[in-house]
Design a protein around this ligand. Structure first.
Ligand code: MIG
Length: 782
């Protein structure tokens, strides 16, 4: 087929260009022993405890009717101590369960799941308690290697099982027949052949189609979160066509099993367990501009002034590492920026928020007068090796030391260090390099015997590396919350582990300025969303290399509907602010940025849904249409919320493309023109436009054209109504102050929007029913 042939070509090209590890590798289970057979089973308050004949122990805990935690101690009891930095919810209401034993099996049952443990060999299988359908089962007993301390689980691969998730992976949406590693790595210029990259989120979703008696296809989803931060591998039928393996170099066999069958239910539960994104300040949804680096005050002013002249909306400007004095965190280079406070005030007058970068490497400067180094050393806050020496790595400041964020006092101290920046007027913090990067030890091998306090466990790098960014962002988040209790913190991170969404938004790092990198960003955002991280984006235009007007414009046509929306570019390459390639491109880009601001009431509502339920803003079609065979691997289209479908052009020179419309009817955005769903259509897409469709039966609330979020206007919300066949439509509107934390205590307004018989009715949470004046309602399709 045309489409897949093209993709293969792109992937091959990308593959040969990569300077990094090839993704394909084989998973070797030899040397790993199977866990022993069941000797004895004890019912515990929330599940069962199984003793094995090799002195191993297995524990199944029911946290919810659709959530079971599986733990195993190999040749030993499961340790009493149980702590994970990823988990947000540790106490669960008790769930009615039934345990029954037979000669061959032990069965643990909830209203939704039937978990069958086979005694010999010990294998765990999950079934739908209502239908009896097998969801997921061990094809072999769990395995371990007592010499290396590696642990593994081996699951049988469904006949047509497809896989989603694993966080930030430079890969297509469906990960069947692929293999990946978790080992957070600084990978500039990564391509689809690079793995691992920055983040480590060991959570995936399996999806299978079954044919019902009626002949209808029904998709069912489950999730597995392998909460083990050691270097891990996920092999989804790549090495062994019949099996899925997840394996870690150490730590516990410890995973959570989520059952849908709805994929949304899995995502919802996963984010209940690992936490959901707090609402960011509303300005963070605005358009952002960055450059490595705007090197002095005048450059910043010139860019902002040009933005205002061009009338391209702008909310945020980023200060990359050159604002610092010799790359020392929490300092200013006074030659380049003589008056930071004055500059911040200048920006404020223009409605632009400054975000400054903070890297975790603290300049190593014994005997000097860098207070961060001196104070951190005096208080013993920097990471040390087992021999007691402080670990000194190399990053931008040269020799650098790193904070042990697992030390509560150190984490608090780091958070509080942000006070002077905030006092100067800085609005948000950008945490880069937190994989953590070390120019002399990219893989972390030199870090092997670095010890973290880790709740008194004195854990080494092999466990802590993948957690580092989560801990840094936690410390920063808590610091900003303490320092500015009335405002929502805004943090952007590059690396992270499961649960990172509680503290930071993120971007996908140093993608090259290529068409394939742009195309790759779509499944990356979709996948991150499925893994609990809804606030994602990439560097519009690409970060590394030479962009051009067409690429930048097409990238904006994805970026303008991505949660994190920033144009950013590397130091050694060409400038790429929206006007740099001439008026034609600037005009198209302006139109799209403006459209984002006009769509803000809808987008903000979608974001609030992510905060409340974990269901992301930027969705793959499969999340909404999991019974539809055609959408299993569509990753060049995406949904924003439930009702807006975007099919960006990802091919150089293309002026049309094929678009799949799922079931229902779809309007071309902002027009009366409708298409039947459940079919592929071909649409025109000259550079000026990006194909967008709105589902019949929906209402998109819209707002005024703004140059920045807090700009005053008299215009209020307007409503675009796209009626279904019966003439009805519905939608939602979420509103709050966009700045404070009052929304956490009910300080918001949610309205249900219902259109019928020509009238639009808004019902607010307090049951206030209002008919919306017809002057602010636009009805399509009449
Ligand atoms: O080694 O701060 O991904 O966005 O501009 C490069 C400089 C360090 C990497 C980030 C990029 C940022 C750059 N940083």
């Amino acid at each position: 087929m045309k489409r897949s042939a093209l993709l293969c070509f792109l992937l091959t090209v990308a593959g040969t260009m990569s300077a990094f590890t090839e993704r394909a590798y084989s998973l070797d289970l030899s040397g790993m022993s199977p866990i022993g057979n069941v000797r004895k089973v004890v019912k515990i308050s929330d599940g069962i405890l199984v003793d094995c004949d090799d002195d191993s122990q297995v524990k199944l805990q029911v946290l919810a009717p659709d959530l079971v935690r599986v733990r195993a101690g190999f040749k030993k009891a499961i340790p009493g101590k149980d702590h994970s930095w990823a988990i947000a919810r540790t106490s669960w209401n008790s769930v009615p369960t039934k345990v029954s034993e037979s000669n061959d099996t032990v069965v643990l049952e909830t209203s939704e799941l039937r978990v069958v443990v086979t005694r010999s060999p010990l294998r765990i299988a999950f079934y739908d308690a209502k239908t009896g359908r097998a969801i997921n089962r061990d094809s072999q007993p769990m395995r371990y290697n007592s010499a290396t301390r590696a642990v593994a689980a081996v699951k049988s691969l469904g006949f047509e099982e497809h896989f989603y998730g694993l966080g930030e992976k430079a890969a297509r949406l469906d990960k069947r027949r692929e293999a990946f590693q978790m080992w957070s790595s600084d990978t500039p210029g990564y391509t689809s052949a690079t793995d691992p990259i920055y983040q480590s989120i060991p959570f995936y979703i399996g999806h299978s189609m079954d044919r019902e008696k009626s002949g209808e296809w029904r998709g069912s989803a489950y999730g597995i979160f392998f909460d083990n931060s050691y270097r891990s591998r996920f092999d989804l039928g790549s090495t062994d066509p019949e099996n899925v393996v997840f394996q870690a170099d150490g730590g516990e066999m410890n995973y959570y099993f989520f059952y849908g069958p709805s994929m949304k239910k899995v995502v919802n539960r996963y984010t209940e367990l690992t936490g959901r994104m707090p609402m960011p300040p509303k300005w963070a949804l605005g358009h952002q501009q960055s450059r490595y680096s705007y090197g002095n005050e005048q450059q910043i002013k010139d860019v902002v002034e040009r933005y205002r002249e061009e009338k391209i909306p702008l909310d945020v400007i980023h200060f990359d590492i050159h604002y610092m004095d010799g790359y020392r965190d929490f300092t200013w280079n006074r030659d380049r920026f003589p008056d930071p406070k004055g500059l911040m005030a200048w920006l404020k007058e223009r409605g632009v928020k400054p975000v400054t970068i903070i890297d975790p490497g603290v300049k190593y400067e014994p005997g000097g007068n860098y207070s961060v180094y001196n104070e951190g050393t005096r208080q013993n806050f920097f990471l040390k090796k087992t021999n007691g020496e402080t670990y000194v790595g190399k990053v931008w400041p040269g020799d650098s030391v790193f904070v042990d964020y697992t030390l509560p006092e150190a984490a608090k101290w780091w958070g509080d260090l942000h006070k002077p920046l905030l006092d100067t007027g800085v609005a948000g913090i950008w945490n880069d390099m937190n994989e953590h990067a070390d120019f002399e030890s990219r893989d972390g091998d030199k870090w092997k015997d670095v010890v973290n306090y880790d709740n008194g466990e004195n854990s080494k790098h092999d466990k802590m590396r993948n957690l580092f960014a989560l801990l840094e962002c936690k410390s920063t988040y808590e610091g900003l919350t303490r320092l500015r209790p009335d405002e929502r913190p805004y943090i952007i991170t590059r690396s992270g582990y499961a649960g990172i969404q509680r503290y930071a938004t993120m971007w996908t790092g140093d993608s090259p300025s290529t068409w394939s990198a742009m195309e790759l960003s779509i499944p990356m955002f979709q996948t991150l969303g499925l893994c609990g991280q809804p606030f994602v984006g990439s560097d519009c235009g690409g970060y590394q290399g030479k962009s051009n007007g067409e690429l930048l414009t097409r990238w904006y046509q994805i970026g303008f509907l991505s949660p994190f929306f920033r144009n950013h570019h590397a130091v050694d390459f060409n400038d790429q602010e929206p006007w740099r390639f001439g008026k034609r491109y600037a005009d198209i880009i302006r139109k799209h940025v403006q459209l984002r601001y006009k769509l803000m009431p809808y987008l903000y509502t979608v974001l609030a849904e992510a905060h409340e339920t974990g269901i992301p803003w930027f969705r793959p079609l499969i999340l909404e249409y999991q019974n539809d065979y055609d959408v299993l691997n569509i990753d060049d289209e995406f949904l924003v919320g439930e009702n807006l479908l975007i099919a960006p052009v990802v091919t150089q020179g293309a002026t049309s493309r094929d678009v799949y419309l799922p079931q229902g009817e779809w309007y071309e955005f902002g027009t009366d023109k409708k298409h039947q769903g459940s079919q592929w259509i071909s649409v025109k897409a000259p550079l000026e436009t990006v194909p967008m469709f709105v589902k019949a039966g929906s209402i998109l609330p819209g707002g005024p054209a703004l140059e920045y979020m807090s700009q005053a206007t008299n215009e209020s919300i307007s409503y675009d109504v796209y009626p279904d066949k019966a003439g009805n439509a519905s939608g939602n509107l979420y509103e709050d102050d966009g700045v404070t934390r009052a929304y956490l205590k009910g300080g918001f307004k949610k309205s249900a929007l219902n259109f019928g018989q020509g009238k639009l009715i808004a019902t607010a949470s307090g049951a206030k029913v209002e008919e919306v004046p017809s002057a602010s309602v636009r009805i399509f399709g009449r």
